[in-house]
Design a binder for this molecule. Structure first.
Ligand code: WQD
Length: 353
């Protein structure tokens, strides 16, 4: 008889074809897990799958469908029997969420409810198979406009747009589930500002349309897709008047997800942690660092503030270090160099593929 195949530790990544999900996919494989991507490609490109195959040496396992389809999610959970689920799937454009709140409440909150119910049924229902273990992709946006910086996890939460509201509601839902069913193991990760790309330059951030976020806009200016950057506000109470944020390399963020999953599998303690570097950089500091890293000019114009922006937002990441043994290591220069390698090698993102 053939030797028993060691039970590979599969991990379900909803939205796993997206920016953070694809980088986490690579980190999980490198850590010996078998990640399974569940994605409807509404905001990601199938070309990423071939790239992931090239980076990791094997084609990814993909389940194409919508996290809102609870029966589909249940079938995927039964098929792969994952040791844990990482929930990335959701819409994330702040401006769009103001214009289309129902799309955000439906996709983000509805999607989370659907996933949680599928996990409850498969993991705690008849013929239960293991403990429901979930890592949730949350955001520093739940801190609203912080009274001071750096930010610790006990800071008050608020929302200033429907996107941030959905993250806050999902966090509250997860706490209610933990109260009702202590068998759950849940890690909530509050991302600060993810930037950069895998050093191979094969995967990276590929926003559709005009980028909302700073770094992809900067890289598109540098590669000649856009004439200049608009700097939103230069009269903030910050060292150079422009907004200060905690930029974290997506590779560090991916490592944070692996550490979070391993912590949940090692002990039944749930947690909520900041994933940031603890260091803030202004818009102009990012522009200068990017010009140095790429050797390309990034012309910009100082324009009015963007509605909803806060002056400063950066993390105190000590709880993640304490609980997960994780900390961000990559510098702003590496973030810029890796972002540039991805953009310059893929001028139109995955559409170039
Ligand atoms: C960063 C800084 C802008 C674009 C948001 C969400 C958060 C997460 C990350 C989803 C700010 C300035 C930006 C531009 C600029 N999103 N800027 N010109 O607003 O901190 O966070 O994106 O997961 O949840 O809230 O990130 O990259 O949009 O802005 O001057 O063209 O760059 O004013 O100071 P933000 P950002």
């Amino acid at each position: 008889t053939s030797p028993a195949v060691s039970a590979t530790r599969s991990v379900l990544l909803t939205g796993g074809a997206g920016y953070i999900g694809s980088h986490t996919f690579v980190a999980l494989r490198e850590a010996g897990f078998e990640p399974v991507i569940l994605d409807n490609f509404a905001n990601s490109h199938p070309a990423v799958l071939e790239r992931l195959g090239r980076i990791t040496g094997r084609a990814p396992v993909i389940e194409q469908g919508d996290v809102l389809d609870t029966a589909f999610v249940e079938a995927v959970l039964r098929r792969h029997r994952p040791v844990g689920v990482i929930h990335f799937a959701g819409d994330k454009a702040v401006g769009e969420s103001v214009a289309q709140p129902l799309k955000y409440f439906h996709n983000n909150i509805g999607g989370a409810v659907s996933l949680l119910r599928a996990m409850e049924e498969v993991c705690l229902g008849q013929g239960a198979s293991g403990l429901p273990t979930l890592v949730f992709s949350s955001s520093a946006t739940v801190y609203g406009d912080p009274a001071t910086v750096p930010i610790t996890e006990d800071f008050p939460r608020s929302h200033t747009n429907p996107y941030g509201h959905t993250k806050l509601v999902i966090e509250d839902m997860l706490q209610a589930v933990l109260l009702a069913q202590p068998a759950w193991r849940i890690g909530v990760l509050r991302y600060f500002n993810p930037v950069g790309a895998h050093p191979s330059g094969l995967i990276g951030e590929d926003p559709s349309g005009i980028p909302n976020n700073l770094m992809p806009y900067v890289t598109q200016v540098a590669v000649g897709l856009r004439p200049h950057l608009n700097v939103f506000g230069h009269d903030y109470p910050t060292p150079d008047g422009t907004g200060v944020r905690d930029y974290i390399h997506v590779q560090d963020l991916a490592a944070g997800h692996v550490a979070a999953l391993q912590a949940l599998l090692a002990r039944p303690r749930s947690f909520t942690v900041n994933l940031g570097t603890g260091r803030g950089y202004s818009v102009l500091e990012v522009v200068r660092a990017f010009e140095q890293a790429s050797g390309r000019p990034v012309p910009y114009q100082l324009v009015d503030r963007r509605a909803g922006d806060v002056a400063q937002c950066y993390a105190d990441p000590s709880l993640a270090r304490e609980l997960l043994g994780w900390e961000a290591r990559r510098s702003l220069q590496e973030m810029c160099a890796d972002a540039w390698r991805w953009q310059s090698g893929n001028p139109r993102g995955y559409a170039t593929a």
